[in-house]
Structure formats: structure tokens, C-alpha cells
Design a protein around this ligand. Structure first.
Ligand SMILES: Cc1ncc(CO)c(N)n1
Length: 217
């Protein structure tokens, strides 16, 4: 088996669609997302990105030197991103020193677990996590403000290029990986797709837990 990132997308179109297409994003596009839903997402995504930064640092630690440039670029962008999240939260008077929701905790724990996994699995996971947001925020189409700024952060051309470089690096790492490691990479891809779907659900449904039209209650 010679697994590639494109094959993962082709083998699992439905799970990937569920990771990247969600009513949360559709309502941002329509401008009808509730502030409580959006703010829940914003705070939880900040908490996620803190843990994601640690994850990327561990991927860097395992990467071959030829892959440093791209990953260091990613870490540098994360420095800006954390500051940006803090500014966005301040504008909305949101408290970032708050507890993680269950899904954020689950996702953080999963990223920590990949610490034990071989580099090809980590490189695939890094690509999948970044591609999920790159696609999710672009697919609905041009969003109105204030959501356009958020959509642009992960949908912009530079970020799209970065995700392509991550794909290339993951493919390189997978090309020389044994079957067992390729299978592990496929499981990581599926796990991430499922966590991405849960993350949208968390913000979309948990914020309106008392609402009668909440199909999750
Ligand atoms: C849940 C989630 N997945 C991925 C990213 C980044 O790509 C993010 N900021 N949050």
C-alpha cells in the first residue's frame, strides 16, 4: 500500500464532508449564527489552539530537517493566531481563562496521544487538522463581517498554500512508511474528522442547550 493524503480524502468522502460542512458555518455565511454559539466556538477554539501549538511543536521535534521550514512557518503563524484570538475575545469581552468543554478536552488529549506515534502519522494528522479549517471556512462562500475576518484567517491563499506544503510533507513521510504505520495514519485521519465534526456540534448545540429547537436534546 502506498497511502497519500488525496487517497484518504477519496476513501472517506462522507466523514470528511461531516468534518467540514456544518450548520454552524452555514449560519455564519447567512449572518444568523447566535452570538452565544459563535462566542462558545471562539473561546473553545482558542483553548484548542493552545494545545494545537504544543502538538505542532512535537511534530517539529520528530520531523526530518528538510521539513523544518514549513513547520516553523506554521508555528510562527500560530504565535500571531494566539494573539489575534486574544484580541478578538477582548473585543467581545469574553473570558479566555475558562474550562474546556468535553470535546475540546477530547481533541486535546488525542493530540497529546499522537506524541507516541511515528512521524508519518503526526505529519498526516497535522495536515488533516489544518485542511479541515482551510476547507470548512471557505466552502460556504464569502461570509459577511464580522465572520469574514474569521473565514479569511483559514481560507486565505497563503494558508491554502501552507496546507498544500503540509500535504507534500505528509505524502513524503507516508511514502516510506510500512503498512502498519500507514494504517495508523488512516486511523488518525478518521479520528480527526470525527473530532472536527464534534467540535462544530459542541459550539452549535451546547450554546443553546435550553432551546426547544435543539435536536440534540
Ligand atoms: C477545531 C479546530 N481544528 C483545526 C484548527 C486549525 O486548523 C482550529 N483552529 N480548530
Amino acid at each position: 500500500m502506498n497511502l497519500t493524503c488525496q487517497q484518504l480524502l477519496q476513501n472517506h468522502p462522507q466523514v470528511w464532508q461531516q468534518a467540514t460542512v456544518h450548520p454552524f458555518l452555514e449560519r455564519c455565511y447567512l449572518g444568523t449564527i447566535q452570538p452565544q454559539q459563535f462566542n462558545t466556538w471562539l473561546v473553545q477554539d482558542y483553548l484548542f489552539v493552545v494545545e494545537f501549538t504544543r502538538f505542532v511543536a512535537r511534530v517539529l521535534a520528530n520531523a526530518p530537517q528538510e521539513h523544518f521550514d514549513v513547520i516553523l512557518g506554521g508555528l510562527s503563524a500560530l504565535k500571531d493566531e494566539l494573539n489575534w484570538f486574544e484580541a478578538k475575545a477582548a473585543e467581545r469581552k469574553l473570558n479566555l481563562k475558562t474550562q474546556k468543554q468535553a470535546t475540546t478536552t477530547k481533541y486535546s488529549q488525542y493530540m497529546a496521544q499522537t506524541n507516541e506515534m511515528p512521524y508519518p502519522v503526526q505529519a498526516t494528522a497535522l495536515w488533516a487538522i489544518e485542511l479541515a479549517y482551510n476547507q470548512a471556512w471557505q466552502l460556504p462562500g464569502t461570509m459577511p463581517e464580522p465572520y469574514a475576518e474569521f473565514a479569511n484567517r483559514w481560507g486565505n491563499r497563503g494558508f491554502t498554500e501552507y496546507v498544500k506544503l503540509l500535504e507534500k510533507q505528509a505524502d513524503e513521510a507516508l511514502a516510506t512508511a510500512c503498512d502498519r504505520i500507514q494504517k495508523q495514519a488512516e486511523s488518525a485521519f478518521l479520528q480527526i474528522a470525527s473530532l472536527e465534526k464534534d467540535f462544530w456540534n459542541m459550539a452549535f448545540y451546547l450554546a443553546s442547550q435550553s432551546s426547544a429547537d435543539n435536536p440534540k436534546n
